[in-house]
Design a protein around this ligand. Sequence first.
Ligand code: MG
Length: 236
Amino acid sequence: MRQAGRVVAEVLQQMSSTVKPGVTTAELDSLAERIIRKAGCMPAFKGYHGFPATICASVNEEVVHGIPSLRRLQDGDIISIDVGAIYQGYYGDAAVTLPVGDVHPEVLRLLQVTRESLAQGIEKAVAGNHLTDISHAVQSFVEKNGFSVVRNYVGHGIGNQMHEEPQIPNFGKPGRGPLLQEGMVLAIEPMVNTGDWQVETLADNWTVVTLDRKWSAHFEHTVAVGKEFPQILTKL
Ligand code: MG
């Protein structure tokens, strides 16, 4: 899982140096696939329930599961890139939202708050805490900053499958759900909206957008629960 995580981190690092106005999301997708295969891994998303690509590329009001296309990124856009890799049957999964060129300060704040809410959640991934301590940490940080968390999509356990038990909501009361134990591996992934939390799926049956069409950000890491501190596996 460390190896899969490292490759995922490498892809996202490459994405952040490649994303700029004029680049298409399909170009990002083929770059991601090359990096994954060159490292001896397999793309985890391609073919998953029929998803056609290596990355999910979700622009602006798109929350998650956007399909890479010939759409060219424009100055002022944001793009959420989610990617998974499989190494010898084990999975890594992570996401970032990147600014494209010059982005409005309030949108940059959305990105910072979402990234920090993930960090706050990860801090709770320690043995002896309850699962929803993570959920509560994410939600309270996001709402304190005036944004909302998506309810319909959640984080998940991960291992030799991409989505394992338990589900990890980004909202809820603390102190509930399973007790965290050393060695559990969790994909923690807040999706945060500038407007209302409600979302809908477009006619392509994949792309999830905010109902009010305000913008949304998504950050994710694959994290191993530790005895004293969490270990982020999708980090270089
Ligand atoms: Mg995930």
